[in-house]
Design a protein around this ligand. Structure first.
Ligand SMILES: C[S@@+](CC[C@H](N)C(=O)[O-])C[C@H]1O[C@@H](n2cnc3c(N)ncnc32)[C@H](O)[C@@H]1O
Length: 228
């Protein structure tokens, strides 16, 4: 944004934290993160969301052991809710910038005996082959990316054709804006997110509102399927 006032030109430009700054921030937050998610109702909200998605009957009818990638896994709250609600035998590959978050994810997934592997990586350059996963998920990570289109394309690249990508993001709202000020992330409205998903090569995009918790006010979920 730029304004000219008399002989002065004033400009305001958005800056995003670097990946180093983000990993340091989340390293510091890691030890209390899982408990904080519980107190704020996000863990219950993630469970309810997966139940809603199950009831909507939009996910494939997975018979075999599936491979799933959680991008920005944090302490694995979203993955655990998936394992407890949808498929407890899935092998989960968790990706995160923050080593301390990955350590917490390892503890949580091991405690609940969920088959997993963890990988420190930037989602913009995932170290996986094309078409490697039966599903990709990501909760509250996309909003940290200065270029979300690039991150989304990378998540779609590693999906098998026809497979689902499940996203949760901070949505444009008053609570979303407060989170944005605190964490230096962005918010999305439905139109923006839908266009981004479409441009990344996803189709049959469907939105879900959170039925419970603070997530009802702060977040929105959506599913899209990689075009075949
Ligand atoms: C708000 S937390 C969400 C964690 C978890 N998904 C949850 O719902 O509790 C965002 C996570 O994304 C990770 N992250 C942010 N930018 C990333 C990037 N470019 N690549 C990989 N992980 C990233 C952070 O380290 C952090 O663990």
């Amino acid at each position: 944004m730029e304004w000219t006032i008399g002989w002065w030109q004033v400009s305001v430009q958005r800056v995003y934290p670097t990946t180093t700054q983000l990993s340091q921030t989340y390293n510091r937050a890691a030890s209390g993160w899982h408990q904080k998610l519980r107190l704020l109702g996000y863990r219950a909200a993630y469970q309810k969301l997966w139940q809603l998605i199950k009831t909507a009957n939009v996910l494939p009818d997975w018979k075999d052991k599936i491979t799933l990638c959680d991008c920005g896994i944090g302490t694995a709250a979203f993955s655990l809710a998936f394992a407890q609600t949808i498929n407890s035998t899935a092998h989960i590959t968790g990706v995160d910038l923050s080593v301390e978050m990955l350590n917490q994810a390892d503890r949580q997934l091991s405690q609940f005996k969920v088959s997993h592997q963890l990988c420190q990586s930037d989602v913009n350059t995932l170290p996986f082959a094309d078409d490697a996963f039966d599903a990709v998920m990501s909760a509250h990570m996309l909003e940290h990316l200065p270029n979300p289109a690039q991150g989304l394309r990378e998540m779609v690249r590693i999906l098998c054709p026809g497979a689902p990508l499940v996203l949760v993001v901070t949505r444009s709202s008053l609570p979303g804006t407060l989170i944005q000020w605190h964490w230096g992330n962005r918010c999305f409205n439905l139109e923006e997110l839908s266009a981004l998903m479409h441009d990344a090569g996803l189709s049959h995009i469907q939105f879900f509102s959170f039925p419970v918790g603070l997530a009802r006010l702060t977040s929105i979920a959506c599913i899209g399927f990689r075009k075949t």
